[in-house]
Design a protein around this ligand. Structure first.
Ligand code: FNR
Length: 244
């Protein structure tokens, strides 16, 4: 609504100010046909955006974060966690789950005519500013589906779409250790691939079954606060690496 104050990324923008400025500029072109008027409006909007940016008074676009979830279960707690992180990360980060369940197992022989799901997932990751891994622990390690996705994304040799990306890892488990083993096995692969994994804060979410309501919404205040801090730190990490 005109006149509303919109708060984004710590920046406040008055909608009515923008509207007034456009209207103030339009009369110069009252004699012109509609097409010119439309072009002029677009020009006016761009001018205002430029001046707003020059004043440091603008809403930056959110960083695009590809989320890889290491569980295929419909009622996966890790997927619930990824959804909760997505809510908490707005508006600075736009989290988007990239599905990895249909990726054929990695096989170098297939690279000559790479399967379409491999190409699609590589394209999604290449377009992302950062990657967030949200994973359970299977037998003290990374679930095969997630390891396979990492392998697919890391190839062909020399063309890895993961290389240099800012990343973070969150693991979760019904147990008390919160998937610590999976997180660190995953980090081992990511380090070898030159992924810029945020070192801290670390996120091992234990007793995960107690944190969500029947609709899959996070309903645990302390965890919510912790995850807010986590995504805040992740945003700062991405911003820092994106500048260099
Ligand atoms: C598990 N689980 C498990 N949990 C854990 O904390 N450490 C472990 O090593 C394992 N190992 C393990 C192996 C296999 C094959 C399965 C299927 C499960 C339990 C696991 O954490 C639990 O099922 C989670 O709920 C799985 O995450 P999602 O699917 O809810 O996201």
């Amino acid at each position: 609504m005109a006149g509303d104050l919109v708060e984004r990324g710590g920046v406040r923008v008055t909608q009515i100010e923008t509207t007034r400025r456009v209207k103030a500029l339009v009369p110069f072109h009252q004699h012109a046909p509609h097409v010119v008027s439309m072009r002029f409006r677009r020009y006016a909007m761009l001018t205002i955006a430029f001046h707003s940016m020059a004043r440091g008074n603008f809403m930056p676009a959110p960083y695009k974060v590809a989320v890889l979830v290491g569980s295929l279960r419909k009622k996966s707690f890790n997927r619930m966690l990824a959804n909760a992180l997505s809510e908490l990360a707005r508006p600075e980060l736009s989290l988007d789950i990239v599905e990895i369940g249909a990726l054929p197992f990695y096989n170098d022989d297939l690279e000559a005519d790479a399967p379409a799901p491999w190409l699609a997932v590589r394209e999604r990751l290449a377009a992302a500013d950062a990657v967030l891994f949200v994973t359970p622990e299977y037998n003290r390690s990374v679930p095969a589906v997630l390891k396979n996705a990492v392998d697919v994304l890391s190839r062909p040799f020399g063309s890895s779409v993961l290389r240099g990306k800012p990343a973070a890892v969150v693991s979760a488990s019904p147990g008390a250790m919160g998937g610590f083993g999976a997180s660190h096995h995953l980090r081992q692969s990511l380090v070898c691939l030159g992924v810029n994994v945020m070192a801290s804060p670390e996120a091992y979410v234990g007793n995960v079954t107690a944190l969500f309501d029947d609709n899959g919404a996070l309903n645990h205040a302390a965890t919510t606060e912790f995850l807010k801090r986590f995504v805040g730190a992740f945003h700062a990490w991405i911003a820092r690496l994106s500048k260099s």
